[in-house]
Design a protein around this ligand. Structure first.
Ligand SMILES: [Zn+2]
Length: 221
């Protein structure tokens, strides 16, 4: 989960559909804008190029009981089906970190080691950080159904692949730090638009003593 810049104003169809009985919140203008704003990544698991994208409501509308939440542009997020399903639990219904308003990387650590994934709140007293870390840990580690085991494996493999690419790019960069191509490659891998970016960026930040040179490349244009 990384910070996302939501574009404004809201897609036009939302205000029009809101006035209709059973209006739609997922017309093409909304879908196109979400896919673009969220860099074609699920805002929760950071999987890119979703085959089964969904328009997720950060605060659930509970079968349109909270009608204002249905069409509120600030409440619509780009999500995969797996994450949408996992999030659909009472304990997450009062909200999680809004990655368009707060930077999740300032609140959470995204750890990957030996094929284990853990998301840890930096401040145990921060309720939103704690509840969001619980949700994200479930998203990568739930094993309560066969489909979820498979979905978690795909995401873990994806994180592993990105981490391997990062290690390789660091080795190349260190062999030849003056190569524009090598530094460019690292910047692309560390950009928030890249897949599973939170894990790669967290790794470099947590090991900043080992990688002071690479640390300097995070968020460098
Ligand atoms: Zn997801």
């Amino acid at each position: 989960m990384v910070k996302v810049e939501r574009s404004m104003p809201a897609p036009e169809s939302l205000a029009i559909e809101e006035k209709k009985k059973n209006g739609k919140y997922n017309l093409p203008d909304v879908v196109d804008r979400l896919r673009s704003d969220f860099n074609n990544k699920c805002y929760l698991c950071e999987t890119k190029g979703l085959q089964d994208p969904e328009v997720e409501h950060l605060l659930p509308h509970c079968n349109r009981k909270y009608l204002e939440r249905v069409f509120d542009w600030d409440n619509l997020f780009w999500s995969c089906k797996h994450c949408n399903d996992v999030k659909n639990q009472e304990e997450y219904s009062n909200g999680i970190i809004d990655c368009c308003k707060n930077d999740p990387e300032e609140l959470l650590l995204f750890l990957y080691k030996d094929n284990d994934i853990a998301i840890i709140p930096k401040d145990e007293e921060n309720r939103l950080a704690v509840i969001t870390s619980k949700l994200l840990n479930e998203i990568y580690n739930l094993k309560n159904t066969g489909i979820r085991i498979a979905a978690c494996e795909v995401r873990k493999d994806g994180v592993a692949m990105q981490m391997n690419q990062l290690y390789k790019a660091i080795t190349k960069y260190r062999k030849n730090p003056n190569s524009k191509l090598n530094s460019r490659m690292l910047k692309v891998l560390l950009n928030t638009e890249s897949e599973y970016a939170a894990f790669k960026r967290s790794y470099i930040r947590e090991n900043k003593d080992l990688y002071p040179d690479v640390y300097g490349l995070i968020d460098e244009e």
